[in-house]
Design a binder for this molecule. Structure first.
Ligand code: ZN
Length: 317
């Protein structure tokens, strides 16, 4: 597993409490696919690397227990570390009670945040407030081409994994999904581009939005903060943006209630393109699906029609 070690060393990977999170990869399988695609073929002992995904996972799970991908269980390094240490201690040890209190505090924070998210949803549903509550989360990849009962031989063996950047506007009870290929990953770029598309597609906007996103290193980057500042200070689209992130790895996401119709629709139909996947999302009541637009050129992305449209629909002060 020299390859995995090399990848961890060379890339800026997040390390918390001795655990390493490989950011940008939902699953170990997707990291495997990535590593193979980078053409790393010769490990240091000069044996050709022709490991199967199964072998790769078996070695990872036995030798690299402290290295996680985003979709892995157990997810929370803080909980994992506390539980490990508590298990080693006797109840009479003063440290035991200290760590238990720490764990309680951590879980209480998780609970408070979840409650706040539900509170925002309830207030939004009441219709008594002039702000919107928007919940953002990702849906794991679905693969295309997807056939049913036919064995088509495709020229390309690799399937395309498509990610769903999802938003739930509580005030409207509508789920919006922006579909893009997996290699775009969940980063500041996709967070900003998809949120911007969401806002641009509205026919009116409130003076304030309250966002709750999955905690993710890239969700909290300066780029995302700068985008919010731009909306408020320069474009004056909103008077206020409240930005909350859930406690990492504890997201019992409210988006989950929206994901199952999409998965069901996917299971029962053939899909050959991102556009067809998006069409499938539209077939599910209360769901809207779009092919996402890549944000390759920041200036062009914001200067174009999208920015003009957003300025038109901003609330009149
Ligand atoms: Zn935790």
């Amino acid at each position: 597993m020299y390859v995995l070690q090399q990848h961890i060393t060379e890339h800026g990977l997040v390390e918390t409490d001795g655990n390493i999170l490989i950011s940008g990869f939902g699953t170990k399988e997707s990291l495997y696919t990535y590593l193979i695609s980078t053409g790393i073929t010769i490990p240091p002992d000069n044996h050709k690397l022709d490991v199967s995904p199964k072998y790769f996972l078996a070695i990872w799970n036995s030798k690299f227990k402290h290295v996680y991908c985003e979709g892995d269980e157990p997810k929370c390094p803080t909980c994992g570390k506390l539980e490990n240490e508590i298990a080693k201690l006797k109840r009479t040890d003063p440290l035991y009670h200290k760590l238990c209190a720490e764990r309680e505090q951590h879980l209480s924070k998780v609970h408070t945040q979840y409650q706040y998210s539900v509170h925002l949803q309830e207030q939004a549903h009441s219709g008594a407030y002039n702000w919107w509550s928007i919940y953002g989360d990702y849906k794991g990849a679905l693969e295309i081409p997807k056939t049913i009962g036919r064995n088509i031989i495709f020229e390309s063996k690799a399937l395309l994994k498509v990610h769903y950047s999802g938003f739930l506007i509580d005030n409207k009870d509508i789920f919006y999904y922006y579909l893009h290929p997996e290699h775009w990953s969940e980063d500041s770029n996709t967070v900003i581009s998809t949120l911007h598309l969401l806002l641009s597609q509205q026919t009116n906007l409130p003076e304030e939005i309250r966002l709750i996103f999955d905690r993710h290193g890239t969700n909290q980057s300066n780029l995302v903060q700068a985008y919010f500042e731009w909306l408020v200070r320069f474009e004056k689209v909103f008077k206020r943006i409240e930005y909350n992130t859930t406690v990492a790895y504890h997201g019992k996401s409210r988006m989950d209630q929206g994901n199952s119709p999409i998965t069901l629709e996917y299971q029962h139909s053939e899909k050959f393109s991102i556009a067809e996947l998006a069409e499938g999302v539209n077939k599910c009541g209360g769901h809207k699906g779009y092919s996402s637009v890549a944000l390759w050129d920041w200036e062009d992305f914001f200067k174009g029609k999208i920015r003009g449209k957003l300025s038109q629909i901003r609330p009149k002060s």
